[in-house]
Design a protein around this ligand. Structure first.
Ligand SMILES: [Zn+2]
Length: 573
């Protein structure tokens, strides 16, 4: 990893201060072996880091930890795999009262909890899956107070038992992971995130740390506003890593699957292929299997057992297979040696693209990030977004229903309101959090009250609908930006850095533009020969040079990777 740049800008300090960090030290995973149990609690952050198995903190980590220890709010914008967990784990070992981590990712909570227990770090996990004795013990530990990391989900934090326990013992810091859930997927993904701001205030307004991988301008503003953060320091780590080789390949219609198969056969594994829809995941999974490529799949339509089995197999160390998945795969995964991230379709935003591409090459070695681009992808995303965004007419309905309740001087429960507005309870909750956020209504003790009954809540709801129109326009703009990236005439890494608010600097030297747009041989786009039936004769195995199928095994060495660049390999397929 080469020089990283740190950017810090507080709301007061208008000038951004830049620090050039020398080689970022690599982090060691916190395991029992690397972290022997200390005799007493650590006193310095260096001690705490050592207990977690971290040899040296990165400058950005140091900065965030310093802010939180000083009791300041902070927003950390950090690519996946950077080591953000140290930024709340270390304060939890040093601060006098519990530190609360809120994360929507159960797998991450479980995994981190195990590692911390092994490293002898005081922590408890509390989410919907923790029951019975384990749950009682967790609460007992929280009641004791002191230095402790309480790992939980937004829903559990909003529940009365945990909220009361934390009010009693006090809280030193609340860290909110995946903070962009407040804005980006927002109401339909995690409505509970929207209510965190109020809940945290009820905990005595402890300092806040918001962590997110993807936050640009207005997303950051929404996080700060929604969580009611006070003049937070903003610490951003560049989303671009210098070992990522970006490339865009135009591939429209039928050509796309052909190009994909050829790439997957050539590129060094392990790799991830991202698709926009489940249907496409299933289709590509079957197709690659036919070409006898070791392949796994992952999407929200599979049951939990299937998903975790596929993920486990893919994650196994040294496993060199391909994962075909929707964007449901990858949050919180940590596999350092992924050699390529291939997008079969354009993602919905550049934030999503950079986040997904950033899962490649975490070991610091080169990884390919290839986008198969078809301008028609935009329509698919537009349709998906139209479905997920709240529709203004739903808001009118809710406003009218709430107004009717208010006229009768009654405060409905969520269920009653949903029923009278003829909306699903999930939708109602989502809409309500919007109305709450705008300060038009409150939801306390499961009773919904209009803040100012003299105003027309129906009118207020209408004005809110205007905001949704704005969100729709923003969606469109994001989709346009993907197109801009795809046709970018200059270095792709520079384009991405500039988009995330960094000064554009020298070209990366690795992307397809910097390398002079290597052209694929025309055969690359031509129809595929049908896969041969399974090899039976011993001889076939050795016939690798001529046969494409055999070549796929060799391509791991990277020779083929370069081969495709030179274009020297004509349409052999
Ligand atoms: Zn470049």
């Amino acid at each position: 990893m080469t020089a990283r740049r740190t950017k810090k800008a507080t709301a007061k300090k208008a000038t951004a201060k830049k620090v050039t960090a020398k080689k970022a030290p690599r982090m060691k995973a916190a395991t029992a072996e690397s972290a022997p149990a200390p005799a007493r609690p650590p006193l310095t952050k260096e001690d705490a880091a050592a207990q977690l198995g971290i040899e040296q903190l990165r400058p950005e980590q140091e900065q965030v930890i310093a802010e939180t220890l000083a009791g300041h709010d902070a927003v950390m914008i950090v690519p996946t795999g950077f080591g953000k967990s140290a930024c709340y784990q270390i304060p939890s070992m040093l601060l006098p009262k519990p530190v609360v981590l809120v994360s929507p990712l159960l797998a991450l909570l479980t995994d981190q909890h195990q590692k911390l227990v092994a490293a002898n770090v005081p922590c408890v996990r509390l989410d919907g899956t923790v029951r019975g004795k384990a749950r009682r013990e967790a609460f007992e530990r929280i009641e004791q107070g002191g230095s402790l990391l309480v790992m939980t989900t937004p829903e559990t934090l909003l529940s009365a038992p945990l909220s009361e326990a934390l009010q009693k013992c006090g809280v030193s810091l609340v860290a909110i992971d995946e903070a962009h859930c407040i804005s980006e997927w927002g109401y339909d993904f995690r409505p509970a995130y929207r209510r965190l701001g109020g809940q945290i205030r009820a905990l005595g307004q402890p300092p806040l740390l918001a962590l997110t991988a993807t936050a640009i301008g207005h997303v950051r503003e929404t996080i700060v506003k929604s969580l009611r953060m006070r003049d937070p320091a903003v610490i951003a780590v560049s989303p671009h890593r210098s070992n990522l080789a970006f490339e865009v390949l135009p591939a429209e219609g039928d050509v796309r699957a052909r190009v994909l198969v050829r790439l997957v056969k050539r590129l060094r594994r392990p790799g991830i292929v991202y698709c926009a829809t489940r249907r496409e995941v299933d289709m590509l999974w079957a197709l690659l299997k036919r070409f006898r490529i070791p392949v796994h799949r992952y999407h929200g339509g599979m049951n939990a057992t299937e998903r975790s089995t596929e993920q486990r197999r893919y994650m196994r160390r040294g496993q060199r297979t391909v994962m075909v998945a929707t964007n449901a795969f990858g949050l919180g995964i940590d596999k350092p040696d992924i050699r390529y991230i291939l997008h079969y379709q354009s993602p919905a935003s550049l934030e999503q693209y950079v986040q997904e591409a950033g899962r490649g090459g975490r070991d610091g070695k080169k990884a390919n990030c290839i986008l198969l681009y078809d301008p028609a992808d935009r329509e698919i995303h537009q349709a998906l977004l139209n479905r997920s965004r709240i529709r203004p007419e739903q808001l009118f309905k809710l406003g009218a229903a709430l107004e009717a309740w208010t006229d009768e001087q009654r405060s409905p429960s969520l269920e009653a309101l949903a029923l009278s507005a003829e909306l699903g309870s999930r939708t109602t909750q989502a809409l309500l959090s919007k109305i709450e956020e705008a300060g038009f209504a409150t939801c306390e003790d499961s009773e919904i009250r209009v803040v100012d009954p003299s105003r027309s809540i129906e009118e207020d709801a209408r004005s809110l609908a205007g905001q949704f129109e704005r969100l729709r326009r923003e969606d469109s703009r994001r989709l346009d930006l993907i197109g801009d990236y795809a046709v970018e005439p200059d270095c792709r890494a520079t384009f991405l850095r500039a988009y995330f608010g960094e000064d554009a600097d020298e070209p990366c030297g690795l992307c397809d533009v910097c390398r002079g747009k290597p052209r694929r041989p025309s055969g690359f786009f031509s129809p595929l020969a049908a896969p041969k039936p399974p090899e039976r004769k011993k001889n076939d195995g050795r016939n690798r040079r001529g046969g494409r199928r055999g070549a796929r095994r060799r391509s791991r060495g990277g020779r083929k990777r370069r081969g495709r660049r030179s274009g020297a390999r004509p349409a052999a397929e």
